[in-house]
Ligand binder design. Structure first.
Ligand SMILES: *Cc1c(COP(=O)(O)O)cnc(C)c1O
Length: 403
C-alpha cells in the first residue's frame, strides 16, 4: 500500500534555489503515501503508540504532534514555505492577519513598553493598539510614515517596537525600510513590517534589516478571496515567544486554510507580476484622463518616492488610488457607474475591487483626522485583479463618463 519515498530526491536540499522554486517546493514533507501535491491533515489530535511515548511527547523529550492548536503538519508546511520566501528563520501561522499582529505584540511587549506606529497603517491595527494594547499598559505613539527624522525623534528609552506598512494604504507612501531598521537598532528597538501589500515576491523586509514581518494571508497569499489567515516571520528566539502565545491563547490557523495558502504561494510571483503590470498600465492611463485630479501610485514618475520604490520593491503593487473631480458626489457617481469591478473593500483577489475610503475604511475618523491623513472625499481606491486590463479600462471609463 505505501512505499517509502526517496528522501534524497526532493525537498531535503533546496539550498541556493530561486524564489519560484521555493514557492513551489519548500516545506513539503512527503508521507509514505508518496503524494505529489501537499497533503491536508485534518485532525485535532494525534495518537501515541504507548503511554510512555505520550508522556515523552507532551514533555517535549520526543518529537511529534500532540494537538493541532500547537502543531499541524499542513500548517507547518505553510510556515516553512513562507519563512523560506521571506528569508526568515521561522514563521508562525495565525487565524487572521489581525491575530498575527496581536500575537507579535503580545509576545514581544510588556506593560510599560513603548511602541511607535506609522500613522498610515490598517484601520483595525490602529484600533488594536489604541483600544486594547493601551489598556494593558503598552504606550503607543503615531508617527508619519515617510520621514525618518520623525521616527528618530520619537524613540524613547523604553521603545520596544516600530510598526510600519510600506507602501501605505490607500495613498502608496513608502518608508526606507533599511534606514528605518538602522534607526531602530541604534536605539535598541525592533522594526516590524506588515508586508501584506508587497508580499515577499516584491519586497523582503527581513533582508533589509527588519526584525519581524507580519502578513494578512487573506490578501495576496491566498490570492483568490477565499480564506482568512495570517503569519509572523522572524528569528527563532522571537518566534519561540510567538509560538508560546499562540499555543496558549489559540488563534491558530486552520489546516484547510493553510493548504489553500500553500497552493496560493505556488503562483504568488506570477500573480503579483500580472497584478502590478495591470496596475501600472491603469495608473498611467488614469493620470492622463480629464476628471482625474491626482493618481497615487509609486510606479508613476510623478510619485514623490518613485526612486525609493524602484530601489526597494521589485514592482509597485496592485493598489491604485486616485482623486476625481466633484468631491464625494463625484467619487460615488464614478463608483456606481462601474459594472464589472466589485464594490468591496477586500484586496489581493483575482477580481478587481473599488472602494471609497473616506466613507468606508476611514469612515470612523473625524474630518480633521481624515484631512491630516490625506484621505479626501474625492479619493477612490482600486485594488487591481487579474481580469483583462482592457475590460478594466472600459469599466473605469464608465466611471469617468459619469463624473
Ligand atoms: C487586511 C489587512 C490586515 C488584517 O488582516 P485580516 O486577515 O483581515 O485579519 C492587516 N494589515 C493589512 C495591511 C491588511 O490589508
Amino acid at each position: 500500500m505505501t512505499q517509502q519515498w526517496d528522501a534524497g530526491r526532493l525537498d531535503s536540499d533546496l539550498e541556493g534555489v530561486g524564489f519560484d522554486t521555493l514557492a513551489v517546493r519548500a516545506g513539503q514533507h512527503r508521507t509514505p503515501e508518496s503524494e505529489h501535491s501537499d497533503p491536508l491533515f485534518f485532525t485535532s489530535s494525534y495518537v501515541f503508540r504507548t503511554a510512555a511515548d505520550a508522556a515523552a511527547t507532551f514533555a517535549g523529550d520526543m518529537p511529534g504532534n500532540v494537538y493541532s492548536r500547537y502543531t499541524n503538519p499542513t500548517v507547518h508546511s505553510f510556515e516553512e514555505r513562507i519563512a523560506a520566501l521571506e528569508g526568515g528563520e521561522q514563521a508562525v501561522a495565525t487565524s487572521t492577519g489581525m491575530s498575527a499582529i496581536l500575537a507579535t505584540v503580545m509576545s514581544l511587549c510588556s506593560a510599560g513598553d513603548h511602541v511607535l506606529v506609522s500613522k498610515s497603517v490598517f484601520g483595525s491595527t490602529i484600533s488594536l493598539f489604541e483600544k486594547y494594547f493601551k489598556r494593558f499598559g503598552v504606550q503607543v505613539d503615531y508617527v508619519p510614515l515617510a520621514e525618518l527624522s520623525g521616527w528618530d525623534a520619537a524613540i524613547k528609552p523604553n521603545t520596544k517596537l516600530l510598526f510600519v506598512e510600506s507602501p501605505s494604504n490607500p495613498l502608496a507612501e513608502l518608508v526606507d525600510i533599511a534606514a528605518l531598521a538602522e534607526i531602530a537598532h541604534a536605539k535598541g528597538a525592533m522594526l516590524v513590517v506588515d508586508n501584506c501589500f508587497c508580499t515577499p515576491a516584491l519586497q523582503q523586509p527581513l533582508r533589509m534589516g527588519a526584525d519581524v514581518v507580519v502578513h494578512s494571508a487573506t490578501k495576496f497569499i491566498d490570492g483568490q478571496g477565499r480564506a482568512m489567515g495570517g503569519v509572523v516571520v522572524g528569528r527563532r528566539e522571537q518566534m519561540k515567544e510567538v509560538v508560546g502565545f499562540l499555543r496558549t491563547a489559540g488563534p491558530s490557523l486552520s489546516p484547510f486554510n493553510a493548504w489553500l495558502f500553500l497552493k496560493g504561494l505556488e503562483t504568488l510571483n506570477i500573480r503579483m507580476r500580472a497584478h502590478c503590470q495591470s496596475a501600472l498600465e491603469l495608473a498611467q492611463w488614469l493620470e492622463q484622463q480629464d476628471g482625474i485630479e491626482k493618481v497615487h501610485y509609486a510606479g508613476l514618475e510623478s510619485h514623490p518616492q518613485h526612486d525609493l520604490a524602484k530601489r526597494q520593491q521589485k514592482a509597485f503593487g496592485a493598489v491604485v488610488s486616485f482623486e476625481v473631480k466633484g468631491g464625494k458626489d463625484g467619487a460615488w457617481r464614478f463608483i456606481d457607474a462601474t459594472r464589472l469591478i466589485s464594490i468591496t473593500a477586500n484586496l489581493g483577489d483575482t477580481k478587481t475591487t473599488i472602494t471609497h475610503p473616506s466613507t468606508t475604511s476611514h469612515g470612523r475618523l473625524s474630518p480633521q483626522e481624515r484631512e491630516a491623513a490625506g484621505i479626501r472625499d474625492s479619493l477612490i481606491r482600486v485594488a487591481v485583479g487579474l481580469e483583462d486590463v482592457a475590460d478594466l479600462k472600459a469599466d473605469l471609463a464608465r466611471g469617468l463618463a459619469a463624473l
